[in-house]
Design a binder for this molecule. Structure first.
Ligand code: PAN
Ligand code: ZN
Length: 188
């Protein structure tokens, strides 16, 4: 592979040259992961909004490479739960990841298979290190798009199934206008 340069916008995370098209995730793709599936169904019926989109600027999936890109979580709620990403473990569980907040603000909800839980709030100019073994989900509790750059080992892989089946141990919901972390009543 040869060195190369690619653009993306610092505020929106979008690759303006169009070399990479973002992957969009809508409510219908995550209905059962929200605490209130009825509220999710209402959102689906009224236009199925995009919750987030991400652009993987490079990932050739080989050992020794770095995958990188940007992710945008839009502001909004399903019931009282903020828009969020699906979240995943890396298939090679020890693979770490670095996130750097470009604009907006939000949380990273993280947990290990052993049950440790950590919630970190990030703002523009802050980097977050997600160590290996920690599942990670981005949550936008702000009013602007929450945009981050990410970098991880190219051969990490993504295990979505564990989170889809078990759910996260904790959720972030709005109470009296503020975000609070609560136990996930559906966690298995
Ligand atoms: C990120 C995420 C991106 C979208 O690139 O893949 O933010 O979130 P989901 O993958 O959970 O839908 C990353 O963590 N890659 O490893
Ligand atoms: Zn990841």
């Amino acid at each position: 592979m040869k060195p190369y340069t690619i653009d993306f916008d610092l505020l929106t995370g979008i690759c303006k040259s169009g070399k990479v098209q973002p992957v969009q995730r809508r409510v219908s793709q995550m209905k059962m992961q929200f605490a209130d599936p009825e509220a999710a169904q209402k959102a689906i019926d009224s236009g199925d909004p995009v919750l987030y989109e991400f652009s993987t600027l490079l990932n050739d999936e080989k050992k020794g490479t770095l995958a990188f890109g940007s992710t945008i979580i839009y502001p909004g709620k399903i019931g009282d739960e903020y828009y969020m990403t699906k979240g995943h473990f890396h298939t090679i569980l020890d693979s770490a990841e670095v996130y750097y907040c470009l604009s907006g603000k939000g949380f990273m909800m993280m947990e290990t298979p052993e049950g440790d839980v950590d919630l970190q709030e990030v703002h523009p100019g802050e980097a977050l290190y997600v160590p290996g073994r920690w599942a990670h989900r981005s949550i936008n509790h702000g009013t602007e798009p929450f945009v981050m750059l990410f970098v991880y080992p190219g051969d990490s892989g993504h295990d979505y199934g564990t989170i889809e089946t078990k759910g996260y141990r904790k959720l972030v919901v709005e109470r009296d206008g503020k975000p609070v972390m609560i136990d996930n009543p559906k966690w298995k």
